[in-house]
Design a protein around this ligand. Structure first.
Ligand code: 1CP
Length: 343
């Protein structure tokens, strides 16, 4: 039994004294314990060694005491397991030397073998659960099919992912073939993560906000719904279609348990669109963590009042930045823990 299951309660929509809190990218570079391992081992060694990955997973729980851990891994293990080379270039980000261009490239992508190639993730989950010793729930994750397609076509990070979008619009059938293949593997992958012990799964659609509402329906939502329909009986799901404010209403009718939002969406708008049908996760601007701790505390209490304390998971609107002082990250977490309704 979990000692702290606030996150699971919030995902079930139960009324709580205060909402749970965790931070996207909480297992990462703003922690000196992480930097120490980063200096010794390259990125994919950290990801693929279950002992290292699980140590990094629990670092933020030990030092900041969040209400949930998220597995240290990356969304790009999926293209890698399907057979594409993925390099992580120091201080720059991912690079895929060979991108997907045509039908033969898509046909060559593996699915069944890919699940076997991902066993290091399932092992890291098992070891993380042991090290967490039931303190808090463990969140597993995957990239949304559209976001994974972005990297498979573009080959690296990009501001607008023009090539990836051009592929979708000019080679529509191939794009859907690729999205469907990624979806199939993602469902198998997340089922295996749940079997290995994750309590919740989050789907990161980091680039869905680059799409118009109609294109989002076609290239992203279709696949997010397939994933939620397949998994919702097995574990609660958090969908994070970053920037896709127009998707809130429709996704609030999906089988997901929560929707993550970024800071461009107001609490009022989010609650109006979703009518309390679903828990909201978010949405503090990660740049505001540069402010002094007392201002962070004031903002966080305001955020909770604006959304209401129930059906809320306090988080950032995107990942924590690498140079945020630890005391500021702590102020964020502690502000949630000291929140008391003043009515
Ligand atoms: O230490 C380092 O220098 C590597 C930085 C880093 C880290 C800490 C990368 C490279 N990935 C990660 C871990 C990671 N990635 C986690 C760990 C769990 C956590 O603490 O949250 C998660 C959930 C991810 C997911 C991820 N990877 C996303 C989706 C979330 C998001 O931020 O939008 C994306 C888009 C990636 C790709 C990726 N991996 C790494 C970088 C720098 C990037 C982004 C590249 C780009 O700008 O396009």
């Amino acid at each position: 039994m979990l000692k702290n299951d606030l996150l699971l309660q919030a995902l079930r929509g139960e009324s709580l004294e205060r909402p749970p809190v965790w931070m996207m990218r909480q297992a990462g570079r703003y922690l000196k314990e992480y930097q120490a391992l980063r200096a010794k081992y390259d990125f994919f060694t950290r990801v693929k060694n279950p002992d290292l990955a699980s140590d990094i997973t629990i670092q933020p729980i030990d030092s900041l005491d969040m209400d949930a851990a998220i597995l240290f891994s990356d969304i790009l293990v999926i293209p890698q397991a399907m057979g594409l080379e993925v390099q992580m270039i120091e201080n720059k980000g991912p690079f895929l030397p060979k991108t997907i261009q045509n039908k033969a490239d898509i046909d060559a992508l593996k699915i069944n073998e890919a699940v076997k190639n991902l066993h290091f993730v399932f092992d890291a989950i098992t070891v993380s659960k042991e090290k967490l010793n039931n303190r808090v729930p463990l969140i597993g994750f995957a990239g949304a099919p559209f976001t994974i397609l972005c990297y498979m076509i573009e080959g690296k990070g990009s501001k607008n992912f023009d090539k990836a979008k051009a592929f979708c619009f000019t080679k529509r059938e191939l794009a859907h073939e690729l999205l469907q293949k990624i979806t199939k593997l993602t469902i198998l992958y997340l089922k295996e993560q749940i079997k290995s012990g994750v309590d919740v799964v989050q789907i990161f659609d980091s680039w869905s906000g680059l799409l118009s509402p109609a294109d989002f329906n076609e290239f992203s939502e279709t696949y997010l719904l397939q994933i939620s329909n397949e998994l919702s009986d097995l574990a609660p799901i958090i969908l994070f279609p970053k920037g896709s404010w127009y998707a809130l209403e429709k996704l609030s009718h999906s089988k997901a348990s929560a929707i993550g939002i970024d800071w461009t969406i107001s609490a009022k708008f989010a609650r109006e669109c979703t009518q309390n049908r679903i828990t909201i996760q978010g949405n503090y601007d990660p740049c505001k963590l540069y402010q002094a701790p007392d201002l962070i505390k004031k903002d966080v209490h305001q955020l909770i009042s604006d959304f209401g304390k129930d059906k809320l998971i306090v988080n950032l609107g995107h990942g924590i930045l690498p140079d945020i002082p630890l005391k500021n990250a702590k102020a964020f977490v502690n502000a949630v823990k000291t929140y008391k309704e003043t009515r």
